[in-house]
Ligand binder design. Structure first.
Ligand code: HEC
Ligand code: HEC
Ligand code: HEC
Ligand code: HEC
Ligand code: HEC
Length: 208
């Protein structure tokens, strides 16, 4: 009789601990899921239509950033170069790389624009002006874009499947990893720098 009772107590103790163990196993499972598997699931990846090598143009082409990314006379930023600007040099092959030949065959000869994805593209409701930062603020391109201007290849473009924004805008701080200011261009990135430079941050300065 007493044996049975003890056995029962043992069983119920075990089943109570079982519950805790199950809970912990579940919790750890969810944390791993949340930290490791969930962030990548939030994004879809699209390859850029064409690979682009900035470095080869800076080094062998002897070009400057403003040759392809100039300001117009009215101060607005001219954004990305058009096919016509590329064709000024690539009407005929300059070197003998496969990459250049493919670019000429697929784009230059048929006169087809390259529809690049812009990693740092802001949502419609956010206002950003290059001239205020580059000319008036005196910031270098690297300050916000990191080493992109000297890169030899470009990564896939990633979109947040919920917001539809570029990953560089939606941010990637979810895994708890430190995010470099040059990896992202989120509201925090903008505001942190504005505060550092003694600017007030009224909502309507950036949201028009
Ligand atoms: C030969 C023309 C050319 C030159 C010179 C050039 N770029 Fe670009 N740049 C491009 C093209 C084409 C793209 C679009 C493909 C890509 O993302 O790299 C681009 C994209 C970029 C982007 C990506 C913006 C985004 O968020 O998607 C940055 C930043 C950039 N260039 C900075 C620079 C800087 C800084 C320099 C000078 C060190 C420079 N570029 C020189 C042609 C050029
Ligand atoms: C001022 C002249 C000039 C302009 C403008 C220019 N390029 Fe080039 N491009 C070069 C030179 C020089 C090379 C190196 C050629 C070589 O040695 O193979 C090159 C190489 C390339 C290659 C081959 C890269 C590789 O990895 O082998 C591609 C693709 C290319 N350019 C695309 C573009 C595109 C797209 C644009 C317009 C956004 C552009 N270029 C504008 C001069 C130019
Ligand atoms: C203060 C931060 C900052 C600095 C400095 C800066 N950029 Fe940008 N850049 C941005 C942001 C933010 C965007 C996205 C703009 C948008 O979507 O309205 C962008 C977009 C771009 C693009 C994509 C084309 C487009 O449609 O606007 C290129 C190319 C680019 N920048 C090149 C440059 C170059 C070259 C320099 C240096 C002369 C530079 N940037 C300096 C923040 C910066
Ligand atoms: C690296 C620091 C830095 C970053 C990053 C930055 N800003 Fe600024 N911003 C400044 C400074 C400094 C000024 C004041 C420039 C001046 O007038 O001297 C300024 C000015 C402005 C202005 C007022 C000028 C105008 O055109 O009306 C707006 C709007 C603005 N920033 C929006 C943004 C947005 C949006 C972002 C993020 C996408 C951003 N900034 C990121 C430093 C920064
Ligand atoms: C220095 C510039 C700046 C200031 C000041 C600023 N924002 Fe933003 N905000 C941005 C940028 C850039 C984005 C888009 C990038 C992102 O989602 O982080 C954004 C995104 C947002 C979003 C998300 C919108 C969406 O489409 O998902 C909200 C909400 C928002 N801001 C509210 C505010 C409010 C409220 C204030 C004032 C207390 C404010 N912001 C001040 C730059 C700014």
């Amino acid at each position: 009789m007493s044996n049975q009772t003890r056995g029962g107590t043992r069983r119920s103790l075990l089943s109570r601990h079982m519950g805790t163990l199950m809970f912990l196993a579940g919790l750890i499972g969810m944390l791993i899921f949340g930290w490791v598997f969930f962030p990548p699931m939030l994004y879809t990846s699209t390859e850029q239509p064409l690979q682009f090598n900035h470095k080869i143009h800076m080094d062998e082409g002897g070009m400057e950033c403003a040759d392809c990314h100039p300001f117009r006379a009215d101060g607005t930023f001219a954004s990305l170069p058009t096919l016509q600007q590329c064709a000024e040099c690539h009407e005929e092959p300059i070197g003998d790389s496969e990459a250049e030949k493919a670019f000429i065959d697929e784009y230059v000869t048929p006169g087809k624009e390259v529809n690049w994805y812009v990693y740092s593209r802001q949502p419609m409701n956010a206002y950003f002006s290059h001239i205020a930062h580059v000319k008036t603020g005196g910031f270098s391109c690297e300050e916000c874009h990191g080493d992109h201007g000297n890169s030899e290849s470009i990564p896939p473009y990633q979109t947040n499947i919920i917001s539809g924004y570029s990953r560089a805008v939606g941010g990637q701080a979810m895994a708890g990893r430190e995010v470099l200011p040059t990896e992202v261009m989120r509201m925090d990135t903008c505001s942190d720098c504005h505060i550092k430079h003694g600017r007030r941050t009224p909502c309507l300065e950036c949201h028009k």
